[in-house]
Write a protein that binds this ligand. Structure first.
Ligand code: G3H
Length: 541
């Protein structure tokens, strides 16, 4: 079929980048953090190429801008980072894991102040490295700071609850949550700051020590924070580097020195990493993996609302969200009307550079436009059409395509597109929705649009054990961050939310004794003389 060449994006000339959007990444060139030192790597580096392209005079092909170089540490350096974390952990006897909660919170507050001071750098690096719009980049940074502040409050609350003794069945005991050990944190490119920190920060504040490998894209954005990490936390408590996964992460996992893996990415890679650990029973895994969240448009749906939510749900940050709506199932009676309105709304979305006030921006993954085009062509080969003017590409930009009706045999029906393609299919019976979720390898979320209470209730009851969040008349999303964020099957392991994450990165530990007078006196003396950090009734305000 003919690929549209209109409605695409215009890349600027090299001298047309606005002053307020420029970035100079040379300040963080080749940096990594190991054992409390910001080091400059003398070995291999890799270019960081922006999805933002420029047009050079006399050329017609957009050229990706190189905004910096990242240190690609080798096997030995990766193992040195994990050894530093292991030493800082020191069998749970290190300065950080044994520090009183109040002091850990003070250190985290120092870090928050350092992070706030880097806000504009972080926002600009997000724009340039992953093509996120300024508004969404600001939201990512601010939401992450808010997450850390809320995490501190949640830890205080957890600690207050643990400050009391339990007396039961003739025993007296104090139950607290203790850290697990060394945590390997690996975040994704689409939220390189937020999703890395929603595991790294709770892991750290619970007293674990951390090794973090940077995401595939969105690597530089972590580097302005290395100084804040170094200044706030003991040496080795946080170690940050970039390197080739198989070269660096393989040996780290094989060392057996990782106690907990926090990984946001594909189930394929998660499974490789887990299998590399020599003692899998010792490895706790907190993962966020793939998803194919459907939206269901029932005959009773308010179509204006459904279109608005589906556009935002499918195309915010160009569809590059694990929570994005990745397939729309529209009831056959209203499907044509819904798709016509949807295509009109999608065609009306504005495209531009991240610093423009636009909805659509270029994509960071090389080859993504061609991959998305392949998915569209495959669906068309099984009988679908591109509705509206989408499906065209220019350099790193792909104009969103609404594809309808997508047959179950098409790749778009099952495959996670992770990009700006909006597949729509039809259904007639509610059982087909249930059937879709049962046979899906994923189980993160679903969005239901309708106004008929009995029908919605029936679907909720059918689906509640297949997914972990059902969104009624609203798109799928992670927030608010106090809500549990998880998934079934190949979508996730463990639950993240501000308070759940503190639990995920810790283990309940109890000090107990028989409730004799002698033992109670003994505990009383330890507590009143403040002889122990664990056995304590100190109350954090
Ligand atoms: O990629 C997955 C993100 O956690 C999505 O977060 O739904 O708040 O955009 P969000």
């Amino acid at each position: 079929m003919t690929i549209p060449t209109t409605n695409l994006v215009t890349f600027p000339g090299a001298d047309a980048i606005p002053e307020g959007a420029r970035v100079d990444a040379s300040r963080w060139d080749r940096q990594w953090l190991c054992n409390g030192e910001i080091r400059t790597w003398a070995g291999d580096t890799a270019p960081v190429r922006s999805p933002v392209c420029v047009m050079r005079p006399g050329t017609t092909e957009p050229e990706q801008v190189e905004i910096g170089r990242i240190a690609m540490v080798d096997r030995a350096a990766g193992l040195e980072a994990v050894a530093a974390a292991r030493q800082a952990w020191d069998h749970g006897r290190g300065a950080w894991p044994t520090m009183r909660v109040g002091e850990r919170i003070e250190r985290m507050s120092t870090f928050i102040a350092g992070m706030r001071a880097t806000r504009e750098d972080l926002v600009r690096l997000l724009m340039w490295e992953i093509g996120k719009s300024r508004a969404d980049s600001e939201t990512e940074v601010d939401r992450t700071v808010a997450y850390i502040v809320d995490t501190v409050e949640a830890l205080k609350e957890l600690d207050r609850t643990a400050a009391r003794f339990s007396v039961t069945g003739g025993f007296v005991g104090q139950i607290r949550r203790s850290p697990l050990g060394v945590v390997l944190c690996m975040g994704p490119f689409n939220y390189p700051l937020n999703e890395t920190f929603t595991t790294l920060i709770p892991a750290l504040i619970m007293g674990n020590t951390v090794v973090s490998k940077l995401p595939r894209f969105g690597q530089l954005v972590i580097l302005p924070l290395l100084a804040a990490f170094r200044d706030a936390f003991p040496a080795g408590a946080v170690n940050v580097f970039q390197g080739d996964g198989p070269t660096v992460i393989g040996p780290i996992m094989e060392s057996g020195d990782v106690d907990c893996l926090a990984f946001i990415g594909s189930s394929r890679v998660a499974n490789i990493l887990k299998r590399q650990h020599p003692r899998p029973n010792r490895l706790r895994c907190i993962t966020g993996l793939e998803s194919k969240n459907p939206a269901v448009i029932l005959p009773s749906a308010d179509l204006d609302l459904a279109v608005k939510e589906c556009v935002a749900g499918a195309l915010s940050f160009n569809g590059q969200r694990c929570t994005a709506i990745k397939l729309i199932l529209a009831h056959a009676d209203i499907a044509d009307d819904f798709v016509a309105r949807l295509a009109k709304a999608v065609d009306g979305l504005t495209a531009g550079m991240p610093w423009d006030k636009v909805a659509l921006t270029p994509l960071p993954e090389p080859g993504r436009p061609a991959y998305l085009r392949g998915l569209v062509d495959d669906a068309v080969a099984s009988g679908a059409r591109v509705i509206g003017g989408g499906g065209g590409a220019h350099g790193t930009f792909f104009r969103p395509a609404v594809v309808f009706p997508v047959a179950p045999a098409a790749r778009l029906y099952k495959e996670e597109q992770f990009g700006p393609v909006v597949p729509v299919t039809t259904f007639r019976e509610l059982d087909e929705i249930d059937q879709f979720m049962r046979t899906s390898p994923y189980g993160q979320q679903i969005a239901l649009f309708g106004t008929e209470p009995r029908q919605l209730a029936q679907l909720v009851d059918a689906l509640v054990n297949s997914v972990c969040r059902i969104n009624l008349n609203t798109q799928c999303r992670r927030g608010p961050d106090s809500f549990p964020f998880t998934g079934r099957k190949d979508s996730a392991e463990g639950t993240l939310s501000v308070s759940d994450a503190l639990r995920a990165f810790s283990i309940r530990t109890v000090v107990a004794t028989t409730a004799t007078e002698t033992n109670q006196d003994l505990i009383g003396e330890i507590v009143t003389r403040r002889l122990s950090g664990f056995l304590s009734t100190d109350f954090l305000f």
